[in-house]
Design a protein around this ligand. Structure first.
Ligand code: ADP
Ligand code: MG
Length: 274
């Protein structure tokens, strides 16, 4: 059974169709990239799966069970995690305390004073920090962290809820190329170790083609292609969206021909959105 199955999912805003009848599936342990120009409907798709946004029509099944129209917290409890938007309080805690907070929030323990919370889940929190390579910085205030390290803490916070499916909307935004590769390599290793499915959006084609098991391409709300990196590279519709080049380039084995998605290229910049 597929971990995630999305069938004929749509989202309208009035007459405007932000997500238009898309269907795809995702297996446990798989890294699936959702790419497309700005405004293509990627975040809208994420928000419907995570329950932050009601769907207009269609179905979303997690391990065969419908999660459409459930409150976001229920969906989260059922195993759909996402990298946290940094909370306002994030900087006022240490790395370790933030992970403990995430564990507390998921396990819904209440606490009265920090001293008690301080001991709570300390071992589990340390184990999570070890997984993301941040244990040595456990006691540092998050306000002092480098950007790439903050992203690793965010990943550990998302893992605190033991997600079966992890949604990562632009996890590497603002990161340097080397840091992006490192974060996605870490994400892939963790996903494989935990058999977690990961759906992510990403602008760097290096990252997408380097790490995604499969790729979905959205354009103006429609899923225009899905498949392996090679299939996506060669897909005429994808080339059209990103480069304005037609199907004639498909199958062109001439090494002098324009190569789509060259290193460092950003997937969001090549297309126009009316
Ligand atoms: P992406 O994440 O791929 O950049 P989004 O999912 O954020 O795209 O947006 C898809 C489209 O839906 C965009 O054209 C956007 O302007 C539109 N949209 C998003 N939210 C709203 C809203 N609340 N009301 C109207 N249109 C919206
Ligand atoms: Mg977006």
């Amino acid at each position: 059974m597929n971990l995630l199955e999305v069938n004929h999912l749509s989202r309208r805003y009035g007459d405007f169709i932000a997500v238009d009848d898309i269907s795809f599936s995702l297996q446990a342990g798989e890294l699936l990239a959702l790419i497309g120009p700005n405004g293509a409907g990627k975040s809208t798709t994420f928000n419907m799966i995570g329950g932050q946004l009601p769907v207009t029509s269609g179905s979303i099944l997690l391990d065969g069970e419908s999660i459409v129209d459930l409150p976001a917290r229920r969906i989260w409890k059922k195993g759909v995690g996402r990298t946290f938007q940094i909370a306002a309080t994030f900087n006022s805690f240490t790395v370790l305390q933030n992970i403990q907070n995430a564990l507390l929030s998921y396990r819904r323990r209440t606490f009265c004073i920090w001293q008690a919370a301080d001991r709570l889940y300390r071992q589990d929190a340390c184990a999570l920090l070890e997984q993301v390579g941040m244990l040595a910085q456990a006691d540092r205030p998050c306000s002092e962290l480098a950007y790439g390290d903050i992203k690793r803490v965010e990943l550990a916070m998302a893992l605190a809820s033991e997600p079966r499916l992890l949604l990562m909307d632009e996890p590497t935004a603002g990161m340097a190329p080397g840091e992006r590769q490192a974060l996605m390599a870490l994400t892939r290793d963790i996903a494989q170790a935990r058999n977690t499915g990961v759906l992510f959006t990403e602008h760097s084609m290096d990252v997408v083609f380097g790490f995604a098991d499969r790729i979905l391409v959205l354009a103006r709300g429609q899923l225009i292609a899905q498949g392996t990196a090679q299939a996506i590279r060669d897909d005429p519709k994808v080339r059209q969206v990103y480069f304005g080049t037609g199907p004639s380039l498909q199958g062109d084995s001439d090494s002098n021909a324009p190569q789509p998605f060259s290193p460092g290229q950003r997937a969001c910049t090549g297309a126009t959105q009316s």
